[in-house]
Structure formats: structure tokens, C-alpha cells
Design a protein around this ligand. Sequence first.
Ligand SMILES: NC(=O)C1=CN([C@@H]2O[C@H](COP(=O)(O)OP(=O)(O)OC[C@H]3O[C@@H](n4cnc5c(N)ncnc54)[C@H](O)[C@@H]3O)[C@@H](O)[C@H]2O)C=CC1
Ligand SMILES: NCC(=O)COP(=O)(O)O
Length: 334
Amino acid sequence: MASPLTTPLAVSLGDPAGIGPEVIAKCWDNRSAFNLPVFAAIGDPRSVAAVWDGPIELISDPREADSAFDLGLPLIQLASAEADTPGHPSVAGAHCSLDALELAVGLARSSSAAAVVTGPVAKEQLYAIGFQHPGQTEFVAERCGISPGNVAMMLAGPTLRTVPVTTHLKLTDISQKLTSALIESRGRAALRGLQRNFGIPEPRLAVSGLNPHAGEGGMLGAEEQEIIAPAIAALAAEGWRVSGPHPADTMFHARARAAYDAALCMYHDQALIPVKALHFEDSVNVTLGLPIVRTAPDHGTAFDIAGQDRADPRPMAAAIRMAAENAAYRADSA
Ligand SMILES: NC(=O)C1=CN([C@@H]2O[C@H](COP(=O)(O)OP(=O)(O)OC[C@H]3O[C@@H](n4cnc5c(N)ncnc54)[C@H](O)[C@@H]3O)[C@@H](O)[C@H]2O)C=CC1
Ligand SMILES: NCC(=O)COP(=O)(O)O
């Protein structure tokens, strides 16, 4: 059994107008039923108070969360220029979500927090305030001094884990951005992450094709033969257990899933659709290849239901539990 954590987790609230504040407050409410470790929320307390009437314990350091956790939701307060209305994102809210992310990562990097769990942010809002990264994954990587190509975004559910090689790209740009080197580096990050974060000593990676039927022997596209197969061969030559390229439409049924520990997919939707279809309530976005542990729920800001008490906290609870489990594995094997 993994050792208990010595410091609480840092949980950024995400966009204050999204469902992050609500699901995090509901996680604290249900902390025993969800079997959650001690955590400290980070963000604007007004965004929590707008959607939840439970107790909030303002703290200034995650370690204070240990004694505050039984009294209320421990929260490190960030001043936002204005209070947001649930469902109505603003520029001030986007800045607040970025500040919370920045602080949470800093706390984990300085070992003041055992891991980071990030609440959902709206990429459109962040891009509008000049955010230069495709998503939080690449931002956290940069803050940790890791090249974005050397981390992997894994979506992990109870019966399926997937990793997209390309993340937030236009569909029309994917083929051009897909290189053997990128497939290899994502594959390595995924395989090492399965060992380090999930305690799987000899992980098996199944690699998808890009085109229908994995290119149909070259008749439906050349990427499989020219880019993907050489990357698989290079990873196999390093001793990793890698298979493919597999046709993406037939690699996610139950019997196929039993043959691998993670699927490396060529683009965002190829990886995320099967996990969300199978496990929307409890799949977790985990960034592999970092010196810290970072997880997030699989969903976004859900502005359409924010402030209506309709947000399901189970994905956030799964993200908090997985962060604690991953951090404990890493501490035990360090
Ligand atoms: N990790 C992150 O920060 C992520 C952020 N996003 C961002 O979120 C924004 C909205 O993205 P969408 O594609 O609309 O995805 P979304 O996940 O926010 O919403 C999709 C649908 O699922 C529902 N839903 C989502 N989470 C739910 C929950 N916990 N309980 C009940 N219903 C839930 C929503 O109401 C909506 O109908 C985008 O700006 C996107 O960039 C999207 C995915 C992940
Ligand atoms: N669709 C997944 C997603 O948007 C998560 O991205 P990130 O912000 O965690 O990089």
C-alpha cells in the first residue's frame, strides 16, 4: 500500500464563472464518501460563495489545510478584480484562473503541496488575455522547465488510458505536425509515466494509426508507413513493449483494451472520445513527464450549467484521488 502524503494537495478553482468552484466545494462536502485526502483550494472565495453556502476556511499556506480541513473548505485567497457571475466568464476571471494555476504549480514545485489538481479553465478566455500555451498541460510543463514535447497528456479512466500525440491543434494541421520524433517523445513520456505514476513495471503501449484502417497499406494515407511505424520501431528498439499502428476504430473495444496499458493516439479527439464515452464520470487528465504530479478532471468549464447546482463532482473527486495516488507512488519509488 502506498504511503500517506506528508503535505496537502493544491487545487486551483479554474475559471471562477465555470463549474470548478462548485465541484471543488462539493468534493469537500463529500470528502469522506469520496475518500479524499486533505487539499487546499486556490482562487477567489467569492466564486465559491456564489454557488455554495458551506464553510470556507481562509488559509495562507497549504500546510494549514491539515488543521482547517474538518472545519471548512480550506482556501488560499486570490484577489480578483471583480466578482464573476456563474456562467458569464470575464477577462478578470481569466486572469484569476491563470493566477491560481501559477500559484498551485509553484506550491508543488517548492514541495509545499504534494501535487497539483487544476480546475477547468476556458481556453478561449485565456487565449483572449494573451495566454500563449495550447492548454494548462503545456503551461505547467514550461513552469517546470520541461519541453512541451516531452510531456504527455493522459486521459485515464478505470478501463482505458489514452495519450494524444498532438493536443490542441486544428484538424487541418495535424498531419503536418505529426513527426516520428514527437510520437517517440510522447510514447516515452507515456511509458515512463505508467511506470512512475501508476506503478506498472513493464507497461504496454498500443499506438494508433492516423488514417482509416491505419492507412490500408498506404492506399489511404502514408503517415502510418512513413512516420508512425518508424517511431514504433524506435521505441521497441529501446526495449519498450509497443504495438501498432492499429486502426483507431477497432482498438478500444473491451478485448482490445485488455492487451495494453495505454493507447497512444495521433490527435485530441481520437484519444479523448473513447475515454469520455466510457468514463465521463471518473476519468482524469494527468500530465506525465513532469517533476511534479498534476491532474485535472476530464471536463471543461461547463458554463451552460454553472451556478445551477447541476455539476457532478465525481470527475473532480477522481482527479484529487488520482493526484494523491500518483504522488504516493512517486514518493515510495523515489
Ligand atoms: N482541463 C480543462 O481545463 C478543460 C477545459 N476545457 C474548456 O472548457 C470550455 C468548455 O468546453 P466544452 O467542450 O463545452 O466541454 P465541457 O466539459 O465544459 O462541457 C461539455 C458538456 O458536458 C457537461 N458537463 C461537463 N462537466 C460536467 C459535470 N462535472 N457535471 C455535469 N455536466 C458536465 C456540460 O454541461 C456540457 O453540456 C472550453 O473553453 C474548453 O477550452 C475543456 C476541457 C478540459
Ligand atoms: N480537452 C482536454 C483539455 O482541454 C485539457 O487541456 P489542459 O488544459 O489540461 O492542457
